[in-house]
Design a protein around this ligand. Structure first.
Ligand code: PLP
Length: 364
């Protein structure tokens, strides 16, 4: 006899982490998790090292110093900040705070792979709205999908894995259409890489909409994925509810220390982001020259819609020491990582494009 588990978990697969770089005679690169290729700044590493001697103690559960610093640089009050072990944990807490059994959460699909897990894990029902032909959120269709059981709408901007963005005008229209007691979560995990002037800036909208929740992370632009720290900016009343369901002591002292040191080194980190966005532009331009017609990506990644050629594309990448995030039958998301990963990436993409155009020889 086995333990009786929730039947609704039957339709849920565990989260798939990005696989490690494949075995390869030459250099190999992991482009499967949208990580920042830079190691933490020396000042951040020093701060972490200095905090190591305190790990016999629980962290400050309120993360007071970091909360105050984030509130200060976001132009909000500390009671509007909720921290968590990565923004994925904060997203989970937001969903659990607003949606329970049988409630619905609307989001675009394909989008961040954790959303179904977080929604079903909360006992709620995912309502997935297909992306447009241009691989962007269909905000009108999302608005139309909102019904009496809807408790939350998630907009992932830039969208993982396609890199597309919504416009501020379109997001404002959505917010105006939706009831003000329905949480609208703007997941801005990649916002620092977004150079599109028409894109919404969550913090500028926050305060004008009592139901808007922003999700931010230190994992991407700040390069602290391994330490797990992210946060929500949420109206104070909602933030208090989110805190009730958040994991106690979810943000370690090392993570708080590293995040604070990163905020202090914002300028250096912004320079790194600029290097990565310039690298992304070069990759996109080279892909366009090869024949790929892709929507502009505003994340630290590009999306190759390889469709039925996805398995062949995966092996073309592996032969060159690369691994991306593979979605069978759909496409592959590749992180814009180390400079040295660009030549093999573009070489593989060229071979994959030839294969898609001319088949049937497999890309070598
Ligand atoms: C859109 C999006 N949101 C949230 C996250 C979660 O990031 P973290 O939990 O590391 O803060 C990710 C991670 O890949 C993501 O792609």
């Amino acid at each position: 006899m086995t333990v009786r588990c929730r039947v609704d978990l039957g339709r849920l697969a565990p989260y798939r982490p990005g696989p490690p770089a494949p075995p390869h005679a030459g250099p190999a690169f992991k482009l499967s998790s949208n990580e920042n290729p830079y190691p933490p700044l020396p000042s951040v590493q020093e701060a972490i090292a200095a905090a190591l001697g305190k790990v016999n103690r629980y962290p400050d559960m309120a993360a007071s110093e970091l909360t105050a610093a984030l509130a200060g640089c976001s132009g909000v009050t500390p009671d509007e900040i909720v921290l968590g072990a990565g923004s994925v944990e904060v997203a989970s807490a937001v969903i659990r705070a607003v949606a329970g059994a049988g409630d619905e959460v609307v989001y675009a699909w394909r989008s961040f792979e954790a959303y179904p897990q977080l929604v079903i894990g909360a006992g709620a029902v995912p309502v997935e709205i297909p992306l447009t032909a241009g691989l962007a959120h269909d905000l009108d269709a999302m608005a139309s999908a909102v019904g009496p059981r809807t408790r939350c709408v998630i907009v992932c901007n830039p969208n993982n894995p396609t890199g597309t963005v919504v416009t501020e005008t379109a997001l404002e229209r959505l917010l105006d259409q939706l009831p003000p007691d329905l949480a609208v979560v703007l997941d801005e995990a990649y916002c620092q890489f977004d150079v599109d002037p028409a894109s919404p800036r969550g913090l500028a909208l926050f305060g004008h909409h009592p139901n808007l929740v922003l999700l931010r992370t230190f994992s991407k632009a700040y390069g602290l994925a391994g330490l797990r720290v992210g946060y929500a900016v949420a109206p104070a009343v909602l933030a208090a509810e989110i805190r009730k369901v958040a994991l106690p002591f979810g943000v370690t002292d090392l993570a708080q220390t590293a995040a604070l040191a990163s905020l202090a080194a914002e300028g250096e980190l912004t320079d790194r982001v600029a290097v990565l966005t310039e690298r992304r532009s070069r990759v996109e331009a080279a892909l366009a020259r090869q024949g790929w017609r892709l929507p502009a990506s505003q994340g630290n990644f590009v999306w190759l819609p390889t469709g039925q050629a996805t398995a062949a594309a995966q092996s073309a990448l592996a032969q060159r020491g690369l691994v991306g995030r593979v979605f069978d039958g759909e496409g592959i998301r590749l992180t814009v990582g180390e400079e040295d990963s660009l030549p093999p990436l573009l070489d593989a993409a060229g071979a994959i494009w030839e294969f898609i155009e001319n088949g049937p020889a497999r890309p070598a």
